[in-house]
Design a protein around this ligand. Structure first.
Ligand code: PSV
Ligand code: MN
Length: 388
């Protein structure tokens, strides 16, 4: 096993980014269950995110989604975040909620609609300039439902053209992260359906473009850790949108449905020495808390990522490499499973205590009174969220 001090330092250095939309009301197309105390403004979402950071110590940034988090003064919003001890992270574009985009955004056959979508993406880069954000995260709902509906190749050409225009607008320190999704909302073709498509576009674009792996965006049974290993080897893993799925894009808490998969993913990250922020992999959550309380849901999610990371860090790499060289199939698998079956909770509790935090972030949050305070204070106004 690696030195305990090295493991502790790696755990301390890990950064997990929270999504602003996790704090708003959410649900399925059947029902959005409104919760009391939910934020009404981007400022209140950031305040809730700051609570998650205050109790975990590892979640110092919050991603915005435009237009859900549109404000008049983004520099002011960044200052508000800093005052609360966090920073604004990735800017997520949204070209999927406007009637004009029924047949696509940047791949729409209509040049006027393509222009409108591109203008939104460029606006997101303007916002990044004001918030000091490094990453622009792009996800396109574009695609077709029926064979023959549109020209698959022409849509790729239009996508490439838009990506190039946005890429050329990026500043020296800014990046473009391209997310893929197998299906939904389009069912016949998605224009960026898989990591290979995203990777090819990112390679064409250049070093400031990299792929985002949203763990919920794959076919059942997909070996996600293979994709992660491949992209890391090529220097093209820009980050994760972490969440859990049982069936499709369920957006449940990361590490809840399949903690073993999360461990296998983190094992590849550790193997590539890509855990530290300098490695350029953004560990972002992309989740919705439909039936559970939102702030504890985010705290639990951060803890789940930390636990998977700690298990990946305790893998005896030397013994594993020796077993692999010797062709010792059962031995190698046993070494990996020993790490996975290690109870790392005391290790993480110690890391928190060393940082001056409560060893149990969920208990500390529950005792803080914040949940009761926001229920009492956030009266009136419109709660953020989907149709709540
Ligand atoms: C799309 O399903 C997605 O994963 C993208 O990241 C969006 O921006 C996000 O969900 C919105 O929740
Ligand atoms: Mn996502």
């Amino acid at each position: 096993m690696p030195e305990l001090d090295t493991i502790r330092a790696a755990l301390r250095a890990q950064r997990i980014e929270l999504p602003s939309w996790a704090f708003g009301n959410s649900g399925t197309r059947f029902k959005v269950f409104a919760q009391a105390g939910v934020p009404r403004t981007p400022q209140e979402k950031i305040a809730d995110a700051a609570q998650v950071h205050a109790f975990t110590g590892q979640a110092p940034s919050v991603a915005l989604h435009i237009p859900w988090d549109r404000v008049d003064d983004y520099a002011g919003l960044a200052r508000h975040a800093a005052d609360l001890g966090v920073a604004i992270g990735a800017i997520n574009s949204n070209v999927f909620q406007d009637n004009d985009y029924m047949l696509g955004s940047v791949t729409n056959p209509d040049p006027g609609i393509r222009r409108k979508a591109l203008d939104h993406l460029l606006e997101c880069v303007d916002i990044m300039d004001q918030t000091g954000s490094r990453d622009l995260k792009l996800w396109f709902s574009d695609g077709t439902n029926y064979p023959g509906q549109d020209d698959i190749t022409a849509r790729q050409d239009r996508l490439a053209e838009a990506l190039r225009a946005v890429y050329d607008r990026l500043g020296d320190q800014q990046r473009m992260l391209l997310e893929y999704k197998l299906f939904e909302p389009a069912f016949y073709t998605m224009d960026v359906p898989d990591w290979g498509t995203a990777y090819a576009h990112c390679v064409d674009l250049g070093p400031k473009a990299a792929v985002v792996v949203d763990t919920g965006h794959h076919a059942p049974g997909t070996n996600i850790e293979f994709i992660v290993a491949f992209l890391l080897r090529k220097g093209k893993l820009g980050g994760f949108d972490f969440n859990s799925r049982f069936y499709a894009d369920d957006d449940l808490m990361v590490g809840a449905a399949d903690p073993f998969q999360l461990f296998r993913i983190m094992a590849e990250v550790v193997r590539a020495d890509a855990l530290a922020p300098e490695a350029g992999v953004a560990f972002m959550l992309d989740q919705c808390h439909n039936i559970e309380p939102k702030i504890p849901g985010q705290i639990r999610s951060v803890m789940n990522v930390q636990e998977a990371t700690a298990k990946a860090l305790v893998i005896d790499r030397e013994a594993l490499a020796a077993a692999q060289r010797a062709g010792d199939v059962l031995g190698a698998n046993g070494i990996l499973m020993d790490a996975y079956n290690t109870d790392v909770r005391p290790l993480l509790a110690g890391v928190r205590e060393d940082a001056g935090l409560h060893p149990n972030p969920l208990a500390a949050y529950a005792a803080s009174g914040y949940a009761e305070r926001i229920v009492a204070e956030r009266v009136g106004g419109t709660a953020a969220g989907w149709g709540a």
